[in-house]
Design a protein around this ligand. Structure first.
Ligand code: 5GP
Ligand code: ZN
Length: 114
């Protein structure tokens, strides 16, 4: 999608600190980290958010979570743990309209909403 920052990261127009890539999924460090480890994991396909997922995207979402599993093992947070967040829409404060999963780790998270 032409005006999408994350599509530009996927096609290399905007540089990023990549931590993982395969045919369908890309992961890179968040520009403005909120935790010692703050990685964004995205499908390369442009989908706005969870609410825009179609049945045909089921496998792709599975691939995103398989990638998260690999990344967590690779960077060594599999034992200590991590949190995965996807902001969807206005009330959740979604700023980039390309489906993404924040992977947060590296210190004990004291605030727990759910
Ligand atoms: P949201 O608020 O939509 O859930 O999260 C968007 C995230 O994307 C934010 O944490 C923000 O720091 C990150 N972000 C925005 N623009 C860029 C960028 O150009 N590069 C990287 N690496 N992260 C970005
Ligand atoms: Zn996009």
């Amino acid at each position: 999608m032409a005006d999408c920052i994350f599509c530009k990261i996927v096609n290399g127009e905007i540089p990023s600190n990549k931590v993982y890539e395969d045919d369908n999924v890309l992961a890179f460090k968040d520009l403005n980290p909120q935790m010692p480890v703050h990685i964004l994991v995205i499908p390369k396909k442009h989908i706005e958010s969870i609410i825009d997922l179609k049945e045909e995207d089921e496998k792709l979402v599975g691939k995103v979570f398989t990638a998260i599993n690999k990344i967590a093992n690779d960077i060594g947070v599999d034992k200590e743990g991590f949190r995965v967040i996807s902001n969807c829409g206005q009330d959740a404060g979604q700023t980039v309209k390309h489906l993404h999963f924040h992977v947060l780790a590296g210190k004990k998270m004291s605030e727990k909403i759910v």
